[in-house]
Design a protein around this ligand. Structure first.
Ligand code: ATP
Length: 318
């Protein structure tokens, strides 16, 4: 096998609570992550040279060593030098559909696809758990992207507890192309404004993280009660991102006022905003209403759905 193409799905946050600081400089989080059908295609090809090449047509995505897909290849070369010696370098071709710097884990899911693709191309036989552990060294959102679905994520986001998956729940996703929110800056701003209320005691942190497992939104997920899920969504980062980005706030308010929308939230550090809708027809109608109200080419709108899995190998149709 010389090449493999993977479907690398985006995620949204149904819940994001910032609990406190960690000694490694990250935040202690309690999140609920959800895969969505919006995906990039990531092709991983064997090269006959020992180089690492990245190709991506999206103007905001770098193709040098700073691309997280490049870092994923470097990690595999370092960890599995025998595979590299046998098979040589790789070329990664990213067909980007997931909006960039949007709070949708676009880069993280590309990195996960690269790790899985190289595992398959080099016949390494890694388990999902081993891939997740490798992924955690590249970024906190990477481990979730492999199996995807619906999961509670604690720690810095890498400690996962799967929940029964939600699928065929339709959402409308909105993102201004030209708006980017830096995840580290959003968290830094949050710390400067709300750091004094952080949980300081180790035991209290453990208790708070555990409390999410029996929280209202988890109960709603277990009952597959879409209305309750939509009404219990939460994101601490809205407190710092919405006041800074009036266009994001406007989208959030517009979604909240539309018929057929059960609930709306910013995903991760934004600036993408999503609305959970009653069904596909309602989602299409909501998208049309937002498009009519904001006829700005800079605004990307997608109708997509929650999905019960993460990365998949793309099957050739021949
Ligand atoms: P997360 O939700 O994991 O914080 P995000 O969706 O907010 O991620 P990304 O789309 O991953 O953000 O992009 C963040 C930054 O990383 C961008 O500024 C982009 O230039 C850079 N980047 C590096 N590699 C990639 C990649 N493969 N895909 C997208 N962006 C990448």
């Amino acid at each position: 096998m010389d090449s493999i193409t993977l479907i690398a799905r985006a995620k949204i946050n149904l819940y994001l609570e910032i609990l406190g600081d960690r000694s490694d400089g990250y935040h202690e989080l309690a999140m609920i992550l959800q895969s969505i059908d919006l995906a990039d295609e990531v092709e991983v090809r064997n090269l006959s040279t020992d180089r690492i090449l990245i190709r991506c047509s999206h103007p905001q995505v770098p193709t040098d060593e700073s691309n997280i897909a490049y870092k994923a290849v470097e990690l595999m070369v370092k960890e599995f030098n025998r595979g590299f010696a046998l098979h040589g370098g790789v070329e990664i071709i990213i067909n980007k559909r997931i909006p960039v710097a949007a709070g949708l884990a676009g880069g993280s899911t590309n990195a996960a696809a690269v790790l899985m693709g190289i595992d398959l191309l080099w016949n390494l036989g890694l388990t999902i758990q081993e891939l997740e552990e490798l992924g955690a060294t590249l970024g906190s959102d990477v481990p979730f992207c492999f199996a995807g679905g619906t999961a509670i994520a604690t720690g810095r986001g890498e400690q996962l507890s799967p929940l029964p998956s939600l699928d065929t729940i339709y959402i409308v996703l909105a993102k201004y192309r030209s708006l980017e929110v830096s995840t580290p800056i959003a968290y830094k701003t949050y710390r400067s404004r709300f750091g004094s209320s952080y949980v300081k005691e180790k035991n209290s942190l453990v208790e708070r993280a555990a409390a999410v497992h029996s929280g209202e939104i988890v109960k709603a997920i277990l009952h597959k009660d879409v209305k309750a899920i939509a009404s219990k969504m939460y994101n601490d980062l809205e407190k710092v991102v919405l006041p800074e980005y009036p266009q994001v706030l406007q989208l959030r308010e517009m979604f909240a006022g539309l018929d057929g929308v059960l609930g709306t939230m910013m995903s991760g550090s934004g600036p993408s905003v999503f609305a959970i809708c009653e069904n596909k027809e309602q989602a299409e109608a909501v998208k049309l209403r937002v498009r009519t109200a904001i006829p700005d080419d800079d605004l990307e709108l997608f109708v997509t759905q929650m999905i019960g899995h993460g990365i998949q190998v793309k099957k050739n149709l021949v």
